[in-house]
Design a protein around this ligand. Sequence first.
Ligand code: SF4
Ligand code: SF4
Length: 96
Amino acid sequence: MKGYRYLKDATTLELREPLCIGCGRCIEVCPHQVFRLSEKKAAVADRDACMECGACARNCPVNAITVDAGVGCASGLINEWLQERKLRIPGGGCCS
Ligand code: SF4
Ligand code: SF4
């Protein structure tokens, strides 16, 4: 999804750094390189690149990440991108 950007300061992504055990899963699964590892803890490196896909939150073993995935315009952008590639998730849409 290179080139796609979410609205500035709009993502619901939250990282509770004290809970992080530095496993690196969020970095591995994030398609937009939102996270980086800093001093054995995850840190948000590019917040506005988050498209609220939810992969990081689903894969974090200690629930240090929360994000409202599958709602709003970020979801619509993702579904549009999938639709362009004929991979659309049924029922997905933007602002409907
Ligand atoms: S919700 Fe998706 S795009 Fe946003 S930080 Fe998590 S994995 Fe990356
Ligand atoms: S997946 Fe969770 S525990 Fe692992 S580095 Fe990311 S925030 Fe930390």
